[in-house]
Design a protein around this ligand. Structure first.
Ligand code: GDP
Length: 390
């Protein structure tokens, strides 16, 4: 229920409404848009949020137009530094998404909205608000709230959006260290996301796609480095003069949205003596069960072939390790583009589902991805997001 606008604002709001409708009929790039200017002016005070939302309500009969208006509203609220109101507008934008399914045509300027949210986050960060807890506790980067709203809308391929999301969420990422035992893991001082899967499954491509990098310094390919937990530090410290190098101490001060990405090379897949496989399996087990900053495990399976026996072993191990824990366990089918337009073969997907069920992870999510087309990137970020809650 949105309260009616205060009477003294009615003329302004009426003018605004007609300008908004006019503005929505113009292509996004045509400057200057009268409604935008008026909106920016009228929103610079938070108290104007409910009436400006009320203004948009007449558009609710046309969900695409309504969504576009809400997205514009949210962008301006971010620009005005009104994060709370912007999040409310985003929540409404998410609710409006379902209505957009059958209707084509107008769509929100998602890339612009991500940009506005990212700018706001950057301003807040440089103002020291992040460190001082300026955002409400347990909220996430505003860019992730935009992705939440986006999730309910029809998807479309937009490379610009993909680029913007990665740039906004991953400011820097560096290889930190290769840990060889539980004792040599970095301090658990920030959340971490683990990627497990056999070599060649597409792990480094996927991590690069998520981080918007063409090629991270990826050492897991170096012979001899396959038996280690490869740690990448994401968004370590704002204003750090140089990037972290191998062997550097990382700890103490850091940004609140910094986290680790860990590559667990599926050593069990390699052609090595059974005893070596066993000890690697034990190390993984200890890691899964005791790493208290672990938030999400992505288990990568080749989308062309489905599971091999080592995948089933890892699934059982994870079913056991994460029973009753809060760690998210997600199976990710890779290289969906290799099967042409139909994505992952439905028989392969069905087979993987069956193995998951047999191994006790039947209720866990299964995502379909491609590093080439960026398919599944938003879904993966929705899980990675648990790593960057402030
Ligand atoms: P890793 O050993 O698991 O890190 O695997 P890589 O990321 O190096 O990928 C192995 C091979 O598969 C490389 O030749 C990649 O170019 C290719 N590849 C990885 N992901 C995809 C994908 O999504 N689509 C396609 N077509 N090829 C991929």
């Amino acid at each position: 229920e949105v309260p009616p606008p205060p009477p003294n604002l009615s003329p302004l709001l009426a003018a605004f409404r007609s300008l908004l409708e006019l503005s929505l009929s113009l292509p996004p790039a045509s400057p200057p848009r009268g409604a935008d200017l008026l909106l920016a002016a009228s929103l610079s005070r938070r108290s104007l949020f409910p009436p400006s939302l009320a203004l948009l309500l007449p558009l609710a009969g046309s969900p695409p137009l309504y969504s576009r208006g809400l997205a514009t509203l949210a962008s301006h609220l971010f620009a005005a530094g009104e994060e709370g109101a912007a999040r409310e507008a985003l929540a409404e934008l998410g609710r409006a998404g379902a209505g957009c399914r059958e209707l084509g045509g107008e769509r929100p300027d998602w890339a612009g909205l991500v940009k506005a949210a990212a700018r706001h986050a950057a301003r807040a960060r440089s103002a020291g608000a992040l460190q001082k807890g300026g955002f409400a506790p347990k909220t996430c980067n505003p860019v992730l709230s935009v992705l939440d709203a986006y999730a309910s809308h029809p998807r479309f391929a937009d490379p610009l959006l993909a680029e913007q999301v990665a740039t906004a969420l991953v400011r820097r990422v560096v290889f930190l260290t290769g840990a060889v035992s539980a004792a040599t893991l970095p301090a658990p001082d920030r959340p971490e996301a683990a990627f497990v899967g056999r070599s060649n499954v597409g792990k480094s491509s996927l991590v690069n796609m998520l981080c918007g990098r063409r090629a991270l310094a990826y050492t897991s390919k170096t012979p001899g480095k396959t038996q280690q937990f490869n740690y990448f530090a994401v968004n370590d410290k704002e204003g750090r003069g140089r990037e972290i190098r191998y062997g550097d101490e990382v700890g103490g001060e850091r940004d609140r949205d910094s986290f680790y990405i860990v590559d667990l090379p599926g050593f069990g897949f390699a052609k090595v003596p059974a005893a070596v496989k066993r000890s690697w399996g034990e190390l993984m087990d200890e890691y899964f069960k005791t790493r208290r900053n672990l938030r999400v495990v992505f288990h990568l399976v080749d989308g062309r072939h489905g599971c091999v026996s080592e995948d089933a072993r890892i699934m059982r191990q994870c079913a056991d390790a994460f029973r009753g824990s809060k760690v998210e366990y997600v199976v990710v089918l890779t290289k969906a583009d290799k099967n042409g337009s139909k994505g992952v073969d439905s028989e392969v997907a069905k087979g993987v589902r069956e193995v998951m069920k047999e191994c006790g992870v039947g209720g866990r999510p299964l995502l379909i991805t491609s590093s080439t087309t960026k398919l599944g990137r938003d879904e993966m970020w929705r899980f990675l997001k648990t790593c960057c809650e402030y």
